[in-house]
Structures are given as C-alpha cells and as structure tokens.
Ligand binder design. Structure first.
Ligand code: NAD
Ligand code: TDX
Length: 359
C-alpha cells in the first residue's frame, strides 16, 4: 500500500498537472508514501499542455503518454506494463460554455470515456486479485455541479444531496458518477468518488473565470461578467484539492463519495474586484480602474445561481481541511500568472494554431 504506482488521466490539464507535481513532490512527505511511478495518460486536447509538466522532463518516475481514455487497449497495456495499483481519473472536457456550444465531446470523453476506463480497470483488478494483489484503487474525480443550483438560503450540497445537473457538462459528469457507483456495487471495483467546487491556481487554461480575468486585467481589456455578476461559487486553491484527492485515494472508504470545498462562497463580481485589487497591488504601475474594465454581458444559458459545498465528511473521516484562504491562494495565483507570461503566451499560440488546423 505504501508504494503507489498511479495512472493519472488528464494529467496535462489544470488540476491533473498540479496533481502530478503534488504526487511527485509534497505527497510523499505529507502522506508517508512512496510514489514510484506516475503514468500520465492525456489526449492533449486544447486544454492539455506539455509545458505544464516541463520541470518533470528528467524525472524517471513520470511518463507522459499521448492517448485517449476511450482507447481500452492502450489503457490495459499501460496498467500491465507499469504494474499500476491506482487510477486517479481526471480526464474530461471541463468547460461549461463549451458544453453548451458543442456537447458531443463531453458525452464521449466524460461518459463513454469513463465507462471504458472503469471497464478496463475491472478486468485488470480481477487479474491482480487472482494473483493475490488486492491493493488497487480507482479515484473518480467529479464536480459539485452534478447537484444543480442552490437558492440563496438553501443548505450547502452534502454527499446525500440528490443529483440535478443543469448543463451538458454537469449531466455528463453526473452520468460518469453513476457509472462509477455501479462498478462498485455490481463488480466490487474499489472506487472512491470526490465532488469538488471551483478550483483556481497555476496552469489553468485562460477560459475559466480566474485566469481569464487576471490576463485581461494585466492587458487592460474589458472583463466580461455574465448576467448581473451575483452568481455564487465556492472557491478552492488547487493544491488543497490535490491533497484531498490523494487522501481520498489512500484512505477513502470504497464506494463512498466525499465532497471537497473551500468554505469560501463568493459572488463572481466580488471575485473580479478581488483580482483587480490583487493585480494592482502586485503591479502598482498598471493602476487598473474597475469601473473602466468591468462589463456586464449576456448571461450563460441555464447559468446555475449558487454552488456551496458541505465538506464536513472529508474533514471528519479523512482529516482534510483547506490550507489556503481565498486571500492567500488568490494572491499566489495572481503572482504566478504575472511571473509566467510565457506559459500563457505559449498555450495561446498553440490554441490559435489548433484552430487553424496546423497543430
Ligand atoms: P482541464 O480541462 O484543465 O483538463 C482536462 C485534461 O483532460 C486535459 O489535459 C485534456 O487534454 C485531457 N483530456 C480531455 N479528453 C481526454 C480524453 N478523451 N482522454 C485523455 N485525456 C483527455 O480540466 P480540469 O479543470 O483540470 O478538471 C480536471 C477534472 O476535475 C475534470 O474531471 C473536472 O470535471 C474535475 N473538476 C474540475 C473543477 C475545476 O474547477 N476545474 C472542479 C471540480 C472538478
Ligand atoms: O467570462 C466569464 N464570465 C463570467 O461571469 C466566465 C468564463 C465565467 N463567468 C462566470 C460563470 C460562473 O458563474 O464565472 C463563474 C465561474 O465560471 P467558470 O470559470 O467557467 O467555472 P464554472 O462554470 O463555475 O465551472 C467550474 O467549476 C466546476 C469548472 O469549469 C468546472 O470544470 C468544475 O466542475
């Protein structure tokens, strides 16, 4: 159990790359484990970036494989070749606005892809069990969006809140959560599921609220706030999420689900003001004026009003608590984007080439 050999799916994306760095960095000390191999299976869509993993280029414990989770033969090959004993499944199409514009890829990756991965894991786990090895774990990484939208005074989502997904993204994730559950009950696959709130931090593709707004504040561009800006999200610094995922993988009860959240509900407009203030504090020369930049634009169709997470269970049972406050995490994040302009420029260049069909 102490030596973990892990297949991370989607490990070139935002949370996945932070997770790979965490597993091969702080995780060993924080959890008293050895991570001797991380096989990172990623399709390298627009959201996946080799450059987020550049500092691991000479680390023999990390292998990046460009491939699709829907490729069952490839998954089966990797599990056996590297004698892996855990899967941490993050690969997904993750952006709600894209799921409204073109939902099909969300169904294929998030639902069908998760099914293919679960089924490859089922066969592999059975083989290992027959050989006397029973230490396998499948961590299914999901979202708070599966629970739908809260009214202003509704209690936060708990693990027993009924599912009520409202976008093709959240519906595809909800479907994948149900598949994961069914594989525990029907096939005794040792799956643990987590549902987390909005993450922010380094290596996040600049289509999501925080990195998009930070870039625009730096460049002095208009900040498109959907609707009246009063939709509420709960915000969690990505490394806190990675710590929670690792704990759930190592210590979570098979078949259980754990909510992970930042205990930090904020209106979008408050987040945007906080980001402008933080950029101005780091770069007083920019001196951006919120009134000049903030623009209220047409609302997202079906825009969920409020998400809030009750994360008592993971605190009580696994001893997890967020370590960053919104203020400390947000300031680190703003500093990171200011210091890594080259990361943003490189992925913007790659994205433009992909759109032109040249990459
Ligand atoms: P992301 O979009 O930044 O990264 C997704 C990664 O998956 C990319 O590297 C992409 O190339 C890869 N990928 C996509 N399709 C693939 C396929 N078919 N096969 C292999 N790889 C594929 O996403 P993220 O924000 O890092 O989210 C990771 C996971 O965490 C997702 O499952 C998401 O639903 C969940 N989650 C995200 C948040 C958040 O705030 N970002 C919150 C809760 C849960
Ligand atoms: O330009 C914008 N303007 C704006 O007002 C964008 C991109 C977003 N928003 C609003 C919409 C949301 O209320 O900000 C909020 C956050 O938006 P996103 O960053 O797109 O995140 P969200 O839709 O809340 O979903 C995120 O959290 C849960 C992730 O993208 C999901 O993958 C995760 O499951």
């Amino acid at each position: 159990m102490a030596d973990r050999r892990i297949l991370v799916t989607g490990g070139a994306g935002f949370i996945g790359s932070n997770l790979v760095h965490y597993l091969l960095g702080k995780a060993e000390q924080e959890h008293g484990i050895t991570v001797s191999k991380v096989v990172n299976l990623d399709k390298l869509t627009y959201a996946g970036n080799r450059s987020s993993l550049a500092s691991l280029a000479d680390d023999p414990r990390h292998v990046l494989v460009e491939g699709d989770i829907q490729n069952s033969e490839l998954v089966a090959f990797l599990l056996r070749k590297y004698n892996l004993n855990a899967i941490m499944h993050l690969a997904a199409e993750s952006h709600v606005d894209r799921s409204i514009d073109s939902p099909e890829e969300f169904i294929m990756t998030n639902f069908v892809g998760t099914f293919k991965l679960l089924d490859a894991a089922r066969v592999y786990h059975k083989e290992r069990q027959a050989a006397g090895q029973s230490d396998f774990r499948f961590l299914h990484v999901s979202t708070d969006e599966v629970f739908g939208s809260l009214g202003p005074s509704d209690p936060a989502f708990s693990e027993t809140t009924p599912y009520a997904p409202n976008s093709p993204y959240s519906a595809s994730k909800a479907g994948s959560d149900h598949l994961a559950r069914s594989y525990v009950h029907t096939f005794h696959l040792p799956v643990v599921t987590t549902n987390c709130s909005n993450n922010y931090g380094p290596f996040q593709f600049p289509e999501k609220l925080m990195p998009l707004m930070i870039q625009k504040v730096i460049r002095g561009e208009k900040l498109p706030v959907y609707g009246d800006g009063s939709n509420v999200r709960d915000w969690l610094y990505v490394e806190d999420h990675c710590r929670g995922l690792t704990l759930a993988m190592l210590k979570g009860e098979i078949g259980e689900t754990y909510n992970i959240g930042g205990k930090c509900e904020m209106k979008n407009i408050e987040v945007v003001h906080a980001l402008i203030n933080a950029v101005n504090a780091e770069r007083p020369d920019l001196n951006r004026d919120p009134a000049e930049l903030i623009t209220f634009v047409k609302d997202r169709p079906g825009h969920d009003r409020r998400y809030a997470i009750d994360c008592t269970k993971i605190g009580r049972e696994l001893g997890w608590q967020p370590q960053e406050t919104f203020d400390s995490g947000m300031r680190k994040t703003v500093r990171w984007y200011l210091d890594h302009a080259n990361w943003i420029e490189e992925i913007e260049r790659k994205y433009q080439l992909q759109r032109l069909g040249q990459a």
